[in-house]
Design a protein around this ligand. Sequence first.
Ligand code: ADP
Ligand code: CIR
Length: 347
Amino acid sequence: MTSDGLSFPIFNQSCSSLLCRHLTVQLFEQLKDRVTENGFTLAKVINSGVVNQDSGVGVYAGDAASYDLFSPLFDPIIADYHGFSKTDKHRSDLSLEKLSAPDPDPDGNFILSTRIRVGRNVANIPLGPALTKEQRNSVEAQVSRALQNLTGKLAGTYYPLSGMEETVRRQLIADHFLFKAGDRFLDAAGLNRDWPEGRGIFHNRDKTFLVWVNEEDQLRIISMQQGGDIEAVFSRLINAVKEIEKSVTFMFDPRLGYLTSCPTNLGTAMRASVHIRLPKLGNDMETFKKITDAAHLQIRGIDGEHSETKSDIFDISNKRRLGVTEVDCVQDMYNGVAALIKREKEL
Ligand code: ADP
Ligand code: CIR
């Protein structure tokens, strides 16, 4: 069932998304006739959460104006997810020297790989859910041109999704480098329109620096490598972001930080994660969750968001991204991972 925007949506009894918890009939009536200059409406904001009743959040913004016009719905969802109030102001800080994260697993017994990504969108155009085909193609042209100019260890090649060999595409996904196709949450948000045109991936030779183009956000800038050297991964990411910023101006809001299509990514738009093998904690989810909750971490399966864990390997990452700095995000991840390893060794 899609959201028609005329009548209050039907939510299943089992629905526990932030959307169904915060959208009241009164709020729906207040917002249902509002439209941004890019044609984004309440029906579009909530469609993903109405179609996918198992959403954790369920809302997307179509443009910067969506966060203003639909703020009576977005603000409580943002407060609930990030603990960020209406009067809070985001601060960005990409200083490597403020991070204290020595490799928590120097013998390589637990951490398989470390990855830090940030989402970015181009200033003065809509976000992905309201982007036209022409605008999306123009983002791809602008960003791929900027990336081709990178030098040294960041130098690499842009591979458009259109025309990519199926075996290559599947292997890139299996190796955790490329986004999947057909995500139903993104689909209902309007983010898969005209697929695969305008999408692609850039990476350096070693695949330690990658950029996804026109997936959930127009850019996902990624630094990753085997093992647990978090500082090396953060350092490469900072360098890459600064280089790309020289030729692309990103959408930034003084209160909400970097603007992204999903409100969970606002602020730093950063997810710092490890893939970590924890066989003992994996069998004691109560203790596991206690540690991750205290450290503000999220547990995902290793095939990306909404994937289930099939083995004793987990994806552990920072949950908070707004109202905390980039350094805080990585520090949260480091602190929690160090605590998990300590507990795993004790069990
Ligand atoms: P995002 O991190 O961009 O929000 P996903 O959770 O869907 O999106 O993850 C995207 C891909 O990155 C998936 O293939 C996932 O397995 C991979 N990934 C995430 N963290 C790591 C990590 N620490 N090491 C290796 N691959 C990772
Ligand atoms: C959902 O609501 O489940 C999806 N739209 C994705 C939400 C973002 N991810 C998250 O909570 N970590």
